[in-house]
Write a protein that binds this ligand. Structure first.
Ligand code: UDP
Length: 193
């Protein structure tokens, strides 16, 4: 059951809970989207119904900020700890390596995404990085074709918010073999460091 803050849904699941649900959904061929929720996004959703729809229309809304955690505690909610975008990505990378799901990295500056891919490969032996594209690529149609041909099953999109969520929403129907989409903001910058 989701919790709701100012009309915005948040999933009260741990990292393990989300990975388990994702496994079940992948087996059933269902696509999943993961969006990080923090107080800034909750506030943006108050002013912009499209932002609210982007959040509430996602499969998993992870409680990325301490603000959400405090709000849940205050109303005896079930959210016990933060689930950050960058740690969620780290867990998904391990899952991808363990269970052989090729990943795609899309976003950030070219040198950042290249270095992030190198570090990810080192930290997750056996992972298949099906493709890498920097976040300043202009030809969306060519990119969609490249992702489809890559065999990627999990994609991390690092374009900042709400650009990355809008990109996912616009393209997921044309990426049928990609079953997991996570908007990760500045996470490639973290992995490249
Ligand atoms: N970015 C991009 N293409 C764009 C705009 C931004 O690839 O057209 C990248 C930028 O290089 C950075 C990330 O998106 O790596 C944005 O990170 P930020 O921390 O601003 O996102 P937030 O987590 O605040 O949404």
């Amino acid at each position: 059951m989701k919790e709701t803050y100012l009309g915005v849904h948040v999933s009260p699941l741990t990292y393990e809970g989300i990975i388990n649900e994702i496994k079940t959904r992948m087996t059933a061929g269902q696509q999943s989207t993961i969006i990080a929720v923090n107080p800034e996004k909750v506030m943006a959703a108050q002013k912009n119904p499209e932002v609210k729809q982007l959040i509430n229309g996602s499969t998993f809304q992870i409680p990325d900020g301490v603000g959400i955690l405090l709000a849940s505690k205050m109303k005896n909610g079930k959210i016990q700890s933060r689930v950050t975008g960058v740690d969620m990505m780290a867990r998904l990378l391990k899952f991808a390596a363990d269970e052989n799901h090729p990943i795609y990295l899309y976003g950030a500056k070219n040198e950042v995404v290249q270095k992030a891919a190198e570090n990810i490969k080192q930290q997750n032996p056996g992972i298949t990085i099906a493709g890498i594209t920097d976040g300043y690529e202009q030809d969306e149609e060519a990119l969609i074709q490249r992702i489809n041909e890559s065999g990627a099953e999990i994609i991390f999109v690092a374009l900042g918010s709400p650009k990355q969520e809008l990109w996912i929403k616009r393209n997921m129907d044309n990426l049928k073999n990609v079953l997991v989409f996570q908007g990760v903001g500045g996470s490639f910058d973290v992995f490249s460091g």
